[in-house]
Write a protein that binds this ligand. Sequence first.
Ligand code: EPZ
Length: 416
Amino acid sequence: MDKIIIEGGIPLNGEVTISGAKNAALPTLAACLLTGGWHTLNNIPKLRDISTIKNILSDIGVSFEEYGESLRVNSDNLKDDTAPYNLVRTMRASILVLGPLLSRLGKARISLPGGCAIGARPIDMHLKGLHAMGADIDLEHGYVVAKSSRLHGADIFFDIPTVTGTENLLMAAVKAEGTTILHNAAKEPEVVDLANMLNKMGAQVSGIGTDIITITGVKELDPVEYTIIPDRVEAGTFLVAAAITNGHVRLRGYGDEYIEAVIKKLRDSGIEIEKSGNDIVAKSNGKIKSIDIKTTQYPGFPTDMQAQFMALMCIADGWSMIRETIFENRFMHVSELRRMGADIEINGGQALVRGQDTLFGAQVMATDLRASASLILAGLAAKGRTEISRVYHLDRGYQDLDKKLSLLGSNIWREK
Ligand code: EPZ
């Protein structure tokens, strides 16, 4: 297993290009199941999670042609309806093939995604929605078995907004008979990206980006060329990297869209963030103010940036209250940050971070994707050497993060 080594204390300087959004690539790849023909998806990041969903899709009969960051996808000859346990257990988002497979084939067998480090992450709202649209849903030997001769429109109310739940039902509804309305739908930019792609394929989706999405079923959809949005979590991670190292970083070609809440909180903590042409530039003057954050659905502060922001608060000038409201166990990075000298007290979904003058390099272990990023950020700021093991978590969601940071001047490398 790879590990990443960092000799900390070097201010980052330079510019970086943000890759395509993992959480837009996953649903748009799944959407290619909805109709045959050659789709072209641009700006697809090279990540472990993308390889995982490609493996699931090719087992089902989808073929791919890769050209750099573009992927041509063909689902003419689907030969199976199953997403197997050995692949699904490595990535919960595999559940995203359920809706489109059910729409295209009238049946689907998806291994129940296990929980993961950050929480139980059930899929009850996905299944309730599909059942409301006429699907028979059974659980057999750890697999969700869904069948439906013809999905029909339904009025669906989500108890709480669910990103992949909204995406699954969007894909199930676009060719269903009649109209589906999703109430309390997720508004994340990645949901908007999927809906825009579906409309480009000939779907009729309205209310995109709001919490009430209406889908009028159509008979046919066409294959499409579509360019997905950049990754707002990677962008936010680099803004924090500039802040935590007292650096000066330009995000090339990334406007300030989709991460307004993160930019606001970073500005409140004293970081200068300016739009410059099509880029944004982050500059830190070394003083980090402690501020409180509470994660919530978009457009609020994203849960996927909580761990990264906590690393910054570890060297801020006071106390910061961090409240995680989306997942029940998304503080796995805390015990590792403590090994680096952080002073953090957890009480349920709240973490009180008492800022220190500095952190110290240590051997730490990644536990989940965003926790890995948090440890990297802490290592960039820490005095001395940090060794982060189990970086396969990081490779799930960041393309070449260590290389990009090295190009910004940090002393970081990967060892087997
Ligand atoms: C998506 O996960 C993202 N993943 C997550 O990013 C992100 O953290 C999360 O949304 C929240 O923004 C992808 O888009 C592939 P949810 P998802 O359904 O869809 C509960 C990353 O780091 N819930 O919006 O699985 C659930 O347990 C990943 O890139 C139910 O109870 O999240 C959670 O508490 C991590 N029943 C809350 O809703 C359901 O049927 C929100 O989850 C579905 C969800």
